[in-house]
Design a binder for this molecule. Structure first.
Ligand SMILES: Nc1ncnc2c1ncn2[C@@H]1O[C@H](COP(=O)(O)OP(=O)(O)OP(=O)(O)O)[C@@H](O)[C@H]1O
Ligand SMILES: [Mg+2]
Length: 371
């Protein structure tokens, strides 16, 4: 068993420290929380791609900030702003009994609660894209609540898109000023650091090494998503455990990736000619114990494949071209890397979408059908 504590591998886990989101957290504090201490209300939209830490940052703020009445709502659970606000009101401690409560009553009740408790309200509305798009009247009431009803409430709406994309000038004017905070995609290094932390607290010491974490970071990079990186770590660990391994290997990561995003399909292999299949098979064999390989190995392995299946994948220049084509088809990934001081560059080849053992099996069965 390499997993000692599965919880930190789960999505709902909020890490103790949220690294790489310091700028966003500081911006919320500076633009919203500090002014609200003095009773100045404002509204923010936090936006960014999936897995960029929006929800975690909000949960982190709720955990850290005790000076305000912080309320978290997921807008997807409600058909309208009014229902959402009625729920927020009950979370603040006021049981309304009726779902038909009107905006003025909601905000007046909130104002009273805030005065009783001596703290101002911060409403965090996660997954708010649809409510912003389709309940303009509701958004209008919320964003202008301090002005219209005198309620000391500030709000953060969380969305995947920048709302200015689907708002015209008139919408913006009627909703008043609100700031936006971008949650940018994580870099490869950041993703690796994030899963390092998770691996340390969830996996047995010695069941993984730095290289495997960096490999996961590299695969997750195109998504920029901590969610993808953590899911890869989780599934790799289970794949390793499933085969009774005591150490995570590249192949476990490929298994994990293929579960998340099955990409190299039978039909895709069916489109390849025999030279392409032969070269792909050679690449698979080179990748058995390596995260990526180079042309030297591929050219060596292709000779074995040629002999074994009686094919002729051609001279090295032709093999190069075939690799290039497999890259264009998105089946292998090529990368040019420096070989260190003035030694020039070389081409590294990897397959990240599917375990090479499974791919090898499929190619072998294709090739023995045609030869
Ligand atoms: N900076 C970080 N440090 C550590 N873990 C992080 C960080 N950012 C995100 N995570 C983790 O990544 C996962 C996804 O993050 P989160 O749910 O916050 O993303 P999101 O931006 O809300 O995505 P979505 O738009 O899909 O809801 C969570 O498990 C979270 O704990
Ligand atoms: Mg989220």
């Amino acid at each position: 068993m390499i997993i000692k504590n599965p919880d930190p591998l789960d999505f709902s886990y909020v890490p103790q420290n949220l690294r790489f989101r310091e700028t966003q957290i500081d911006t919320v504090k500076k633009l919203m929380l500090e002014p609200l201490k003095a009773g100045v209300c404002s509204n923010l939209v936090a936006f960014g791609d999936s897995g960029t830490g929006k929800t975690s940052t909000m949960r982190y703020l709720i955990r850290e900030e005790k000076r305000f009445l912080m309320v978290y709502e997921n807008a997807l659970s409600f058909g309208s702003m009014r229902l959402l606000l009625a729920d927020a009101l009950s979370r603040l401690g006021r049981i309304t009994g009726t779902k038909n409560i009107a905006y003025p009553d909601i905000f007046r009740a909130m104002k009273r609660i805030s005065q009783e408790k001596g703290r101002n309200i911060v409403l965090i509305m996660d997954e708010a894209t649809n409510i912003i798009k389709f309940d303009r009247d509701g958004v209008y009431n919320l964003l202008r609540a301090s002005e219209i009803y005198g309620t000391p409430i500030s709000s953060i709406m969380v969305s995947m898109e920048d709302p200015s994309v689907y708002m015209n000038e008139r919408d913006r004017k009627s909703l008043g000023v609100f700031s936006t905070i971008l949650f940018n995609r994580y870099s490869r290094e950041e993703l690796t650091r994030i899963i390092e932390e998770r691996a340390r607290i969830s996996l047995e010491y010695g069941s993984y090494d730095q290289e495997i974490l960096e490999y996961i970071g590299e695969i997750a990079q195109p998504f920029g998503s901590a969610r993808v990186a953590i899911e890869l770590l989780q599934k790799s660990a289970y794949a390793c455990q499933y085969r009774n391994g005591d150490r995570m290997e590249n192949e476990d990561v490929r298994t994990a990736k293929s579960m998340i995003n099955p990409y190299v399909t039978e039909s895709k292999l069916g489109e390849l000619d025999s030279d392409e299949l032969a070269v792909l098979l050679a690449i698979c064999r080179c990748l058995k114990s390596e995260a990526s390989t180079d042309m030297t190995c591929v050219l060596r392995e292709i000779r074995v494949v040629n002999e074994q299946y009686g094919v002729d994948a051609g001279e090295s220049s032709k093999v190069y071209r075939t690799v290039k084509r497999l890259e264009t088809l998105g089946i292998v990934e090529g990368k040019i890397v420096g070989r260190g001081d003035k030694k020039g560059v070389s081409k590294m080849i990897g397959i990240n979408d599917v375990p090479v053992s499974i791919l090898e099996e499929k190619i072998t069965s294709f090739m023995s059908r045609t030869h």
